[in-house]
Every structure is written in C-alpha cells, then in structure tokens.
Design a protein around this ligand. Sequence first.
Ligand SMILES: Cc1cc2nc3c(=O)[nH]c(=O)nc-3n(C[C@H](O)[C@H](O)[C@H](O)COP(=O)(O)O)c2cc1C
Length: 196
Amino acid sequence: MGNSIDQVALKQLFIDARTHNAWQQKSVSDDQLKQIYDLFKYAPTSVNCNPARIVFVKSSAEKERLVACVNPGNVDKTRNAPVTAIVGMDLDFYEALPTLFPHADAKSWFVGKEDFIQITAFRNSSLQGAYLILAIRALGLDCGAMSGFDAEKVNAEFFPNGRVKVNFLLNIGYGDSSSLLPRQPRPSFDEACKIL
Ligand SMILES: Cc1cc2nc3c(=O)[nH]c(=O)nc-3n(C[C@H](O)[C@H](O)[C@H](O)COP(=O)(O)O)c2cc1C
C-alpha cells in the first residue's frame, strides 16, 4: 500500500530513536497529546477493540501522586518529564464492540469470559502502547517506557473502583540526549527470527 518512508523518517522512528531518561525544559501542549492520539488510534487491534485508556499526567500535583507509585530509579525521570502517560486497559472494552465492530456480534464472544477478556485487553493495550511510542516519535517528541512501578498503587490512585487497570507508564517530552548511554546491542536476525 504505498512506498517505503524515507531514511530520515526511518531514523526518527527506529534507527536513531532512543529511550530517554532526562528531559529538556520544554513543555508538551494538550494539542500535541491530541495529535498523538489522533495518529495511533488508527493502528490495528483485534476486533477493533481498542482497550487502551490513557491518562496523560501533566500537573505537578498529579505528577507527585504518580511519583509516589514508581520505583526509586524511575522517580526523577517521571518527576521531570513534561508528561507521563499512564497506559491503561479497560476490561470492559467489549461493551463498545457493537459500535466499534458492528458487522458481527463480537461482544458475545467476551461476555463472562474473564481470561479471554484479560489476555485480549493486555495484548491489544500493549500493542497500542507501542503504537503510542511510534506516534510520539513520528511527531518529533521523545519518550521512555517504564514497568518499574507498583501497579496496585497506580490502580488505586488513578483508576479507583474501576475496570481500567494500568499496563505501563510512558514519559513524554523532549529528551536530553547528553545523558544517554550508547545504544545497546539487539539480537541478530538469526537469533530472533526464523523463516520457515
Ligand atoms: C515496557 C518497558 C518497560 C520499561 N521499564 C523501564 C523502567 O521501569 N525503568 C527504566 O529506566 N527503563 C525502562 N525501560 C527502558 C528500556 O530499558 C529501554 O527501552 C531499552 O533498554 C532500550 O533502550 P533504547 O531504546 O535507548 O535503545 C522500559 C522499556 C519498556 C519498553
């Protein structure tokens, strides 16, 4: 469906893109966050279920509530990032399937099947989190994902009494590249892949 994007874009999205831990003093607007959503929302999920629910934490007061939930090594990077996204998953995602996937009775495939609901929400919200990372990079911003946090605390603070559960956290801003360590190796094609 179209041509390969150019080398500049490939570098920005993948080859030169890094996980950032330190941030420039440069803010991220609400409009930019809306642009990010309006890009990654188009990427695919199973039965178009779109279970990701994102809380963009910007204000200092809300940020401190979140900082209290992260591991010590993630405190400074979370506090200093202009925005931290809480990437959550809605375990009631299937309620919207009559609208999101109207050409089949997809909701009935999930009702009462908690294990299937859980794995579908986790798989697809993780994919949406990856699409979110790529949308952030495509728009010229940087990010840094974090799994080092207390999920029960995040859920209690930001998703109380709900069916939305945190998947992972993502700092967003303009990275300070001066603090980056060299890129670490990746498994080779032969180590990671096979063609049958
Ligand atoms: C899901 C996920 C969770 C991560 N959790 C943490 C974390 O809690 N703290 C941290 O400092 N880095 C965390 N990282 C960052 C990874 O260590 C980093 O992305 C990886 O080493 C690759 O670095 P690079 O993108 O700069 O090449 C996480 C990354 C991902 C994708």
